[in-house]
Design a protein. Sequence first.
Length: 90
Amino acid sequence: MHISPYAQANVMNHEPMRPRKLLLHRKEISSLIGKVRQKGYTLIPLRVYFSRNHAKVEVGLARGKKQYDKREAIAERDAKREIARAMRRH
């Protein structure tokens, strides 16, 4: 993760692109790795914030849409577009 150097700091600033540790229990990390390896799961950073001297990241496990959900979303979007066109004409 890239964390920009602090502008008002001196020469002893941190390296912006160094590898960072994921501070979780071993079981939690292996559980997340197992779920991410399954088809359709992704690990997403939800929030990044600073607490004292640590940068913290809130992560979420997300599952992709199914094919039929995508078709429904496309159909809804097309229907809304048609309604908007009809409203503009009248």
